[in-house]
Structure formats: structure tokens, C-alpha cells
Write a protein that binds this ligand. Structure first.
Ligand SMILES: [Zn+2]
Length: 121
């Protein structure tokens, strides 16, 4: 399984800013942690869209994933506003297997963290 992890934002695009933190730094840190955890599994190849503070357009990220032949793409974000909690998104009306992955990952993350569930969107 080829898993492509996309740390949201980066470079000139900081993403959300608050409490002295920038989204681009948090998404990179989280994505590297996900990479390190998944790298422990056999038959799993992990690639990141960026592993430093680099500016990338959205199409560059998806083009990289497609060129690599990714089976799965996960983009990590820290949304601001609208309260607190965890939520996950998939492309509208995409169906399985994407929604199957979303259900599994979403429920496992909520079981591991002490945050309000904001829904599968
Ligand atoms: Zn974001």
C-alpha cells in the first residue's frame, strides 16, 4: 500500500495562525509522526508531499501523489474557528473504499484523543 501524506500549507502559506503557532508547522510535525508510525508496517510505503517548510500548490500535491501511484492520500490540517474538536473530510459522493477508510481512521483517531467529534464530512 502506497500512502501519501500531505502536510497542509507550508512556505509562504502559513495556514491558520493562533497562540503563537502556525498551521504549516503543526501539520508537518503531525505528518512526520504519521509517517514514522506507518513506516513500521510491512508492505506500506509512505511518502510526504513535503518534509520541510516548502510552498506547494494543491495541484502539485495531488500530481505528486498520482505520479507516485499512491493508493491513499491523507491531507493533514488544523482548522481554526468554529470551536474545537476533530473532523474528517472526503470528496463529496466519493463512496467506498474512501468512505470505508474514513470511517475506520476517523473512529480510531477519536478513540485516541480527548476531543469532541465534529463529524465525518
Ligand atoms: Zn489547513
Amino acid at each position: 500500500m502506497k500512502i501519501f501524506i500531505d502536510p497542509g500549507h507550508g512556505g509562504t502559506d502559513s495556514g491558520a495562525i493562533g497562540n503563537g503557532l502556525q498551521e504549516k508547522d503543526l501539520t508537518l510535525s503531525i505528518s512526520k509522526k504519521i509517517r514514522d508510525l506507518l513506516s513500521q508496517y510491512e508492505n506500506a510505503q509512505i511518502n510526504l508531499s513535503r518534509d520541510s517548510d516548502q510552498t506547494l500548490e494543491l495541484t502539485q500535491r495531488t500530481d505528486m501523489a498520482n505520479a507516485w501511484g499512491a493508493d491513499f492520500l491523507l491531507s493533514v490540517h488544523i482548522n481554526s474557528g468554529g470551536g474545537t474538536g476533530f473532523e474528517s473530510y472526503v470528496y463529496p459522493r466519493i463512496g467506498a473504499p474512501t468512505t470505508t477508510y474514513q470511517n475506520i481512521i476517523h473512529d480510531e483517531i477519536l478513540a485516541q484523543i480527548d476531543l469532541i467529534g465534529r463529524g465525518k464530512k
